[in-house]
Write a protein that binds this ligand. Structure first.
Ligand SMILES: Cc1cc2nc3c(=O)[nH]c(=O)nc-3n(C[C@H](O)[C@H](O)[C@H](O)COP(=O)(O)OP(=O)(O)OC[C@H]3O[C@@H](n4cnc5c(N)ncnc54)[C@H](O)[C@@H]3O)c2cc1C
Ligand SMILES: *[C@@H]1O[C@H](CO)[C@@H](O)[C@H](O)[C@H]1NC(C)=O
Ligand SMILES: *[C@@H]1O[C@H](CO)[C@@H](O)[C@H](O)[C@H]1NC(C)=O
Ligand SMILES: *[C@@H]1O[C@H](CO)[C@@H](O)[C@H](O)[C@H]1NC(C)=O
Ligand SMILES: *[C@@H]1O[C@H](CO)[C@@H](O)[C@H](O)[C@H]1NC(C)=O
Ligand SMILES: *[C@@H]1O[C@H](CO)[C@@H](O)[C@H](O)[C@H]1NC(C)=O
Ligand SMILES: *[C@@H]1O[C@H](CO)[C@@H](O)[C@H](O)[C@H]1NC(C)=O
Ligand SMILES: *[C@@H]1O[C@H](CO)[C@@H](O)[C@H](O)[C@H]1NC(C)=O
Ligand SMILES: *[C@@H]1O[C@H](CO)[C@@H](O)[C@H](O)[C@H]1NC(C)=O
Ligand SMILES: CC(=O)N[C@H]1CO[C@H](CO)[C@@H](O)[C@@H]1O
Length: 559
């Protein structure tokens, strides 16, 4: 059952769960991130009886969330609604939104990562679904599904409700730097396939100056259907199976059924959408994956007894071949920049005029998150492979990258350089004996050619600095070479929270996203994406979910 608050706010017509405890569902979807929300919405739209289980609670005001800054009290806005509070996700003393049993940043509440992320939103190019990036040929015609996503969730590169852009100095300075390097300006989502020597204003999935994403769209329509039931604060431990046949899911809530098990209808199906770190863990805990991981589960006092007998373990490369963008921060100063107090005041003490403007009409600086400009360039490697670089520009800088030498803190901005599609480095996701999900092998620069390209890309950005009067690179400082900076970069800072590939299509799931050697277990989230998309992944994940759910509905044998 939804929280009382949410019931009061949403037109909640879904079945009341307490009246149906132990009753079976056609589809049980695990996890309310972008993958799970789109799957649950489309399945309920098709008339299936759907249960969506989410371990976290509400976040945006519309869904029953209440946690917001004092300055927005009474305005029906939470931290998760106000885009300008994005940087405070990392500086808050009460960060209840991060998953407490995953070692890297992951959002554990309604919306998953899309509720805590920067909302950068890219319409996927064809290369994101090409056979060269690991997709089966049956997936390459993605436009139908990408169009469905765009119809539900538009992008904007001017998120303030007055249509104006704010705090754009870092975008202007960077554009001058890129102009002398042969880049051209584009509206990024108007030409998704142009990803070489282009730059443009950052595009977001914000709506009317507030966080939009799949919660404000897909969840809303699903929640209005009688065939859809949403249960939050419910932790899924494992699927219950008899060999290849899944019969239900085991949760931590015994009010949902005997031993917390929610059953499936006879032809029912389970869809795991718990994300790139948590979906593998549910598989391990269900006896699916490499035996070293399942043996960790077997030795756990609580989880071990829920495993199927060893003869029923299913050996698949769950967790292998994972990737995430390596990324390097460069910090600059320029006299034209307004560093916006490095976002340090927006929670407790925002600039009064900006707070007033935002409260009045969701306009102004706080209607956007910190990112202002993005750019892309393709690089050929000595191995004959092409790798795509993405740059992201924002005022301010992460505290650990602030220069040690004297500098004007009011004038700092950051360019982050990422490598995406085409990189060959891979890592491995697993669990440890505490059942914490974590990278066992970190995926950044395991192939030295990726690092060579990164050094080249960072050098390219740094070479033309003197063409822009007043522009100064402050991190790395002037006694550190770019190569040394990249080579000595702290591993803990290299990642980008963009994990894909831990249940890659073709390796763990088939072209219908069904887990190999099972009858009725599916995965629909970032983990099935075989290779990094060209940009931040949520648009690609959502298009993937649209296509996956269409294939699942079309697959014979289901409910
Ligand atoms: C700080 C940060 C910033 C980011 N910025 C951007 C950005 O600007 N643009 C972009 O495109 N991408 C960004 N990303 C990445 C993007 O948000 C993720 O790639 C995306 O959310 C992954 O979607 P998913 O459906 O695979 O899983 P998730 O979004 O992780 O959702 C999984 C859901 O499953 C739930 N769950 C997990 N385990 C269980 C369980 N056992 N039982 C029940 N429920 C469970 C979780 O609570 C969560 O709600 C960012 C990510 C982070 C962390
Ligand atoms: C906030 O929500 C409440 C309850 O829905 C409503 O009565 C009130 O008018 C809203 N306030 C604002 C400022 O939107
Ligand atoms: C189940 O786990 C969730 C998430 O950890 C928690 O909020 C909830 O209280 C738990 N439920 C029960 C019945 O213990
Ligand atoms: C990892 O990916 C490589 C390249 O695509 C492939 O050859 C290999 O079989 C994969 N390994 C696993 C365990 O899936
Ligand atoms: C320059 O950076 C290097 C590497 O971080 C550091 O060791 C050195 O102290 C810095 N020099 C100055 C003058 O800040
Ligand atoms: C630092 O930058 C701010 C903003 O550009 C400017 O007003 C101030 O004068 C600068 N301080 C110094 C010491 O140059
Ligand atoms: C598992 O990893 C987490 C996060 O790194 C750590 O806190 C915990 O101590 C680890 N547990 C074991 C048994 O290693
Ligand atoms: C290097 O930076 C220091 C501190 O900012 C500055 O004093 C010095 O002049 C710079 N050296 C060169 C060669 O630019
Ligand atoms: C980062 O990790 C790699 C691979 O795990 C390791 O070889 C390297 O020494 C680490 N670098 C630092 C600076 O810790
Ligand atoms: C499986 C299921 O519950 N189907 C129901 C979905 O909702 C329609 C009405 O909206 C019912 O007619 C179906 O029985």
């Amino acid at each position: 059952m939804l929280s009382c608050l949410a019931v009061a706010i949403l037109p909640f017509v879904g079945s009341v769960l307490s009246q149906t405890a132990g009753s079976p569902y056609d589809y049980i979807v695990v996890g309310a991130g972008p993958g799970g929300l789109i799957a649950a919405d489309r399945l309920s739209e098709a008339g299936k009886k759907v249960l969506l289980l989410e371990r976290g609670g509400p976040a945006t005001w519309e869904t029953g969330g209440t946690y917001g800054p004092v300055w927005a009290k009474g305005a029906n806005l939470t931290k998760f609604d106000i885009p300008g509070l994005f940087e405070t996700m990392f500086t808050d003393s009460n960060p209840f939104w991060w998953c407490n049993d995953i070692s890297v940043f992951a959002g554990c509440l309604l919306g998953g990562g899309t509720t805590v992320n920067a909302a950068q939103y890219w319409i996927p190019p064809d290369s994101d679904f090409a056979t060269t990036t690991g997709w089966p040929s049956s997936w390459t015609n993605h436009h139908l599904y990408t169009d469905r996503m765009k119809a539900r969730l538009a992008s904007t590169d001017a998120p303030s409700t007055d249509g104006k852009r704010y705090l754009e100095q870092s975008a202007d300075v960077t554009a001058r730097l890129l102009d002398v390097q042969g880049y051209r300006r584009v509206t990024i989502n108007d030409s998704p396939d142009s990803k070489d020597h282009v730059y443009g204003f950052t595009a977001f999935d914000l709506i009317k100056g507030k966080r939009g994403g799949p919660v404000a769209t897909y969840f809303k329509t699903a929640n209005a259907r009688p065939n859809f039931t949403y249960k939050q604060n419910t932790y899924v431990l494992n699927v219950v199976r008899n060999g290849a046949q899944i019969t239900g899911v085991k949760t931590n809530d015994t009010s949902l059924g005997p031993d917390g098990v929610v059953p499936l209808t006879p032809k029912g199906r389970v869809i795991l959408s718990a994300g790139s770190l948590a979906s593998p863990r549910i598989l391990f805990r269900s006896g699916v994956g490499p035996s070293d991981m399942i043996n960790i589960v077997k030795n756990d006092v609580a989880a071990g007894p829920n495993l199927p007998p060893q003869a029923q373990w299913i050996n698949l490369p769950v967790g292998y071949n994972v990737s995430d963008n390596p990324s390097i921060n460069l910090v600059f100063t320029h006299p034209s920049i307004d560093a916006y107090d490095n976002w340090a005041q927006v929670w407790d003490n925002p600039r009064p005029a900006d707070a007033a403007q935002y409260l009045q009409s969701q306009a102004g600086v706080l209607a956007g998150s910190s990112q202002k400009l993005n750019f892309w360039r393709a690089y050929g490697g000595s191995d004959g492979k092409t790798r795509w670089m993405q740059g992201t520009v924002r005022p301010g800088a992460p505290s650990r990258f602030l220069p040690t030498a004297p500098h004007n803190a009011s004038q700092i901005f950051t360019i982050t350089i990422y490598l995406g599609t085409g990189i060959t480095s891979r890592g491995r996701i697993g669990i440890n004996a505490s059942m914490t999900a974590l990278p066992l092998v970190t995926p950044w620069f395991t192939d030295p050619i990726d690092k060579v390209i990164m050094i080249q890309a960072v050098n390219d950005i740094a070479t033309n600095i003197r063409n822009v009067p007043g522009l100064t690179l402050v991190t790395p400082n002037n006694t550190t070479t770019i190569a040394d900076y990249v080579n000595n970069y702290d591993n803990a800072s290299l990642g980008s929270n963009h994990w894909v590939g831990s249940n890659a299509i073709g390796a763990v799931v088939d072209e219908n996203t069904k887990v190999f050697n099972t009858n009725n277990l599916f995965v629909v989230d970032a983990s099935i994406i075989p290779q990094l998309p060209v940009g931040n992944p949520q648009g690609t994940i959502m298009s993937t979910a649209e296509q996956a759910v269409a294939k699942i509905l079309a697959l014979a044998g289901g409910p």
